[in-house]
Write a protein that binds this ligand. Sequence first.
Ligand SMILES: C[S@@+](CC[C@H](N)C(=O)[O-])C[C@H]1O[C@@H](n2cnc3c(N)ncnc32)[C@H](O)[C@@H]1O
Length: 181
Amino acid sequence: MIYWLVGLGIVFLLISGLWLLIPALYGLPWIPTREKRIRKALELAKLKPGETLYDLGAGDARVLVMAAKEFGANAIGIEIGPMQCLVGWLRILLNGSRTRAWMRCGDFYKADFPSADVIFVYATSSQTFKLLPLLEHQLRPGARVVSIAADFSGWFPKLVDRENLIFLYEMPPEHQTGYNQ
Ligand SMILES: C[S@@+](CC[C@H](N)C(=O)[O-])C[C@H]1O[C@@H](n2cnc3c(N)ncnc32)[C@H](O)[C@@H]1O
C-alpha cells in the first residue's frame, strides 16, 4: 500500500513539475486567456474563414479551438510545455476540430510561420521584443499580429483595446522613432 502511495506521489510531482516548470523555464507560465478576451482579439484581427492563425505559446489550445470553430480558420499552435501540448491535443480532439486545428510541440523562437494571416500571442514584453525581428522577417504584408497584455515596443499599434488590453498590428509595421532593427 505504501509503495502505491509513494508511486502516485512521484507521478503527481512529475506531472505538476512538467506542467509548471517547463513553461516557467522559458520565461512565461501558463496563464490561459478568458474566452471573451480571445473572441475580442480575433474579432479585432478580423480573422476570416479559411485564413491561417498561429498561436505562439498555445497553452491548452483554447485559442485554436475558437479560431477553428467560431471563425472557420485553420489554426496552428506552437507550445513548449509537454503537458500543455497533450492537453491541447485532447481539447482539439474532444471539440471535433481535428481537421482545422493542430498543435506543434516546440519553441516559437525556432518556428516558421510564412503562411500566417494572423499571429495571436500572449507573452511578456521581453518575449514580444525578442519575437519582433522574427515576425518582421517572416510575415507577409497584410498579416496581423494580435497581442494580449504586452505591446511590441518599436512598432506603432494599428489599434489598442484598452479595456481588454489587446494590441493589434498590421504588417509592415510602422516603426517608432529610435527603434533600430
Ligand atoms: C500566457 S500562456 C498563453 C496560452 C494561450 N495562448 C492562451 O492565450 O490561453 C503562454 C504559453 O506560452 C508557452 N511558452 C512560453 N515560452 C514558449 C516558447 N519559447 N515556445 C513555445 N511556447 C512557449 C507557455 O508554456 C504557455 O503555455
